[in-house]
Ligand binder design. Structure first.
Ligand SMILES: *[C@@H]1O[C@H](CO)[C@@H](O)[C@H](O)[C@H]1NC(C)=O
Ligand SMILES: *[C@@H]1O[C@H](CO)[C@@H](O)[C@H](O)[C@H]1NC(C)=O
Ligand SMILES: *[C@@H]1O[C@H](CO)[C@@H](O)[C@H](O)[C@H]1NC(C)=O
Ligand SMILES: *[C@@H]1O[C@H](CO)[C@@H](O)[C@H](O)[C@H]1NC(C)=O
Ligand SMILES: *[C@@H]1O[C@H](CO)[C@@H](O)[C@H](O)[C@H]1NC(C)=O
Ligand SMILES: *[C@@H]1O[C@H](CO)[C@@H](O)[C@H](O)[C@H]1NC(C)=O
Length: 430
């Protein structure tokens, strides 16, 4: 009736047992089941001795364990058997459900996460001073930035917030920040908001385990504040984007079909779930070894505005998962269903998270010859190098004071400089 096997998918030990057909469970049956279980536990002594000391029971799907028995002492077969014997309730439960999985304590998340990114967790404490901007922008850039990254925000203000650098395109830059424990830093953030008016401060603590709250807050802000945006660009605060190249060589050339219901990013498919390091996901949190849905590398993503409302409503509704890329640009679109993913990273080579790759391409083929228009930098020197190579005054077309409230349209309608006939090469010798 019971059988212990290795579950190759989750590399866990799974105890399976066959379901009774009549569905009725007498006390005698339960006792027999218990004896079977005990015997089977004894038989697989060796396996248990491998230090698995948490017992899970999973129901049907692999999603959430519903019943956990912790064995705090040395997980000897005696201990496990005793625990199982004590748990008449569990034995009854077992008779109705087909799977038990043994896990190690290491598989349990140490942080208690919220069940959902509910509105009380994504409340906005301080908002932008001009809403979504006084002038309609071609794109709203929502920037995930850590509270103390004042220098990176300064770089972004000099770059994307300055129309001189992005004209004829206008970008509305908004920084998403959380709470900090230091009173001094908190005051600095308040002053920054007063001075620039481009930060949105959430109620949550600004930690990387709370990034999903930051991401959902971003869509909440967009949904309430930005009525007629043309595009949402989500970026980390260390990404360099060549705004003109992006519009001229990519966005303006797209067909209308991918300008709705679409996410453009470096798409990962069947990505392996990380089990070590800073972004470790415990098996108790996500048991499968890979993500069964596509998702975006979070450093850069374009979301079409028709999706804002759904990104927000599903973002606060579905089960919380703390890795914001996987959650907001994977689980949420999967829940919305039918969202189109447009690959711009990896082999497409339009964006990259490898600055090495980017700079060696630029070195070989120049900025014009290189397809990339966005790259992840160190947020310091590499960003500055890109900034100065692209936005040096000599590269700017003089605007002749046409910058008005309507400037993005006015400038766009101006004819492009005609080049033929201007350059005259005279090879003839006098
Ligand atoms: C925008 O950039 C231009 C050129 O780099 C600079 O002259 C100007 O002062 C900047 N404007 C603001 C508001 O920073
Ligand atoms: C996330 O923010 C909440 C406050 O909203 C805080 O209580 C919690 O500790 C934070 N979580 C992490 C993992 O930092
Ligand atoms: C995990 O993998 C199983 C089997 O491949 C699949 O049926 C299930 O839907 C997956 N669950 C999740 C949450 O991805
Ligand atoms: C988004 O904003 C609209 C208009 O302000 C509002 O009616 C709607 O409830 C919001 N969506 C969600 C999911 O809260
Ligand atoms: C800007 O003004 C200068 C001098 O007034 C003129 O030579 C130039 O053609 C103008 N450029 C544009 C794009 O209008
Ligand atoms: C903006 O441009 C439109 C059409 O080009 C025009 O009707 C409108 O008056 C302009 N608004 C301002 C503030 O210049």
């Amino acid at each position: 009736m019971y059988r212990l096997r290795e579950d190759t998918k989750s590399d866990c030990h799974v105890l399976e047992f066959t379901k009774r057909h009549d569905g009725r469970q007498t006390r005698a049956d339960a006792l027999r089941d218990r004896n079977h279980l005990t015997r089977s536990l004894r038989l697989s002594h060796a396996v248990f001795a491998i230090a698995c000391c948490v017992l899970y029971i999973w129901v049907n799907s692999n999603i959430q364990p519903r019943f956990i028995i912790r064995v705090d002492t040395d997980p000897s077969i005696y201990e496990l058997t005793r625990v199982v014997r004590e748990q008449q309730q569990m034995i009854d439960y077992l008779s109705k459900h087909p799977k038990i999985v043994f896990r190690c304590p290491d598989d349990e998340p140490t942080i208690k996460y919220p069940k959902q990114a509910t509105d009380d967790l994504t409340s906005i404490v301080l908002d932008t001073t001009d809403g979504c901007g006084d002038t309609p922008a071609d794109a709203v850039m929502i920037v995930h930035t850590a509270a103390d990254h004042f220098d990176r925000r300064g770089r972004f203000r000099r770059t994307y917030s300055n129309f001189t650098n992005t004209s004829p395109y206008r970008i509305k830059v908004v920084f998403l920040i959380g709470q900090v424990e230091s009173a001094e830093l908190s005051l600095k953030l308040e002053r920054e908001n007063m001075e620039f008016g481009d930060t949105v401060l959430g109620v949550f603590l600004d930690t990387y385990h709370n990034l999903t709250l930051k991401a959902v807050m971003g869509y909440r802000w967009l949904n309430t504040t930005c009525k007629d945006v043309k595009m949402v660009i989500k970026m980390d605060d260390d990404v360099f984007l060549d705004v003109r190249k992006f519009f001229n060589t990519y966005w303006n050339k797209l067909s209308n079909s991918v300008k709705t219901n679409s996410i453009h990013c470096q798409v990962w498919e069947h990505a392996v779930v990380g089990r070590t390091g800073k972004w470790k996901v415990e098996r108790g949190l996500f048991p499968n070894s890979s993500y069964p849905f596509p998702y975006c590398a979070g450093f850069f993503a374009i979301v079409t505005p028709d999706l804002i409302k759904q990104m927000y409503s599903y973002g606060k509704k579905i089960d919380f998962f703390w890795i914001d890329d996987v959650f907001l640009y994977g689980m949420v679109p999967a829940a919305i269903r039918g969202v189109h993913f447009n690959q711009v990273g990896r082999k497409k080579r339009l964006i990259t998270d490898s600055y090495m790759d980017y700079s060696s391409c630029v070195k070989k083929r120049g900025h014009e010859g290189c397809p990339f228009w966005a790259v992840l930098t160190d947020g310091r020197d590499q960003f500055d190098a890109e900034y100065s190579s692209l936005f040096q005054p000599k590269r700017l077309v003089p605007l002749n004071n046409t910058e008005t409230k309507n400037s993005s349209k006015v400038v766009k309608d101006q004819p492009k400089p005609v080049m033929h006939g201007v350059i005259h090469i005279d090879n003839k010798k006098p």
